[in-house]
Design a protein around this ligand. Sequence first.
Ligand SMILES: Nc1nc2c(ncn2[C@@H]2O[C@H](COP(=O)(O)OP(=O)(O)OP(=O)(O)O)[C@@H](O)[C@H]2O)c(=O)[nH]1
Ligand SMILES: [Zn+2]
Length: 354
Amino acid sequence: MSLLHQYGWNSHLENHLSSRSDKTLTPARVTALQGQQYELITTTGIKDAMLAGALLYNNAPHELPKVGDWVLVTLYEEQAIILEVLPRQHVLSRKQPGKSNDIQVIATHVDVALIVQALDHDFNLMRLQRYLQQVKECMIQPVVLLNKQDLVAHPEDYRQQVTALGYECPVLLISAADKNTLTVLTEQYLTAGKTYALLGSSGVGKSTLMNTLLGQTRQQAGGISEITGKGKHTTTTRNLLLLPNGSLLIDSPGMRELGLTIADGDMITSHHPQINELAAYCRFSDCTHHHEPGCGVIAGVESGEIPMLVYQSYLKLYREQAKFQQSIFEKRTAARRFGKMSREANHLRKKNKY
Ligand SMILES: Nc1nc2c(ncn2[C@@H]2O[C@H](COP(=O)(O)OP(=O)(O)OP(=O)(O)O)[C@@H](O)[C@H]2O)c(=O)[nH]1
Ligand SMILES: [Zn+2]
């Protein structure tokens, strides 16, 4: 099998390439990215690469190559020049916080998102739901990995809470450092030639998981690459790695922030599929489904259409959201109060010349 096939090259991409008249360019996949320095897997191995000027200047930032992208290049001895980005499938992206219309592309050609949460203090259904929602919006299939199951007495309880969120996706309990807990993941969910993106906040165990899946430390597996800039050497971490079973894993810094995309002041609504469906029948459009008359959700719980566990999970999330909103509000009020105080202090200082 060719190197490119090992890295996910498929018939869909092949068809696209053969439909082009220009046959001088060769395909390659982006495995690491730092600033405008790229590392690629090419037909002849790993190469450093740069963008052609025309590509850089004629495209919006989200159109420039990202980790996972298939690109067309011209090869030189040690270097490659990227001239084009092939059409993307399954783009993992998010809206730039604060800038309503800007899209930030985090990784491309992602078949499955592995959303990792740890069962220690990190466990947070609201955050998990945000990751799930974001991934679904990108039309990418999620798999939830609840890590550090060794730290809690009843890991199954957590699994049930996640299942009760109502997303139809696998939820697996694992201990990232213990290979034996990963067999269901590796045997049933990781397929050769498919690309998996690791998502989750800092400290949930993504690197540990990656190392266990690699079967050795990332450094030894060639995970660290040297991207050579103009006269400077930067050691960077490779973001797309080939696992021993042939599947591809992307771990990039942007994935840690994916869950943090709530626009200021947004009320995070429930994305619970079953709740949403019946909420359409509520008498009031701003129904919270707690006690309002004519609530379609409460009716659904009473008739058994919505399982009690699902409704309880909704109530729990609602409380978490309310608490979260409250803390945003308090932070803003505190900031405003502080601003007012410092203005007054400045005013006094000017007046009294000290
Ligand atoms: N008890 C326990 N600890 C774990 C497990 N997996 C990871 N850890 C520990 O959790 C800590 C964070 O793990 P990392 O793998 O560095 O987490 P990460 O998600 O890569 O963090 P960032 O690189 O900051 O994004 C380390 O001290 C790990 O040893 C687990 O299954 N059980
Ligand atoms: Zn209602």
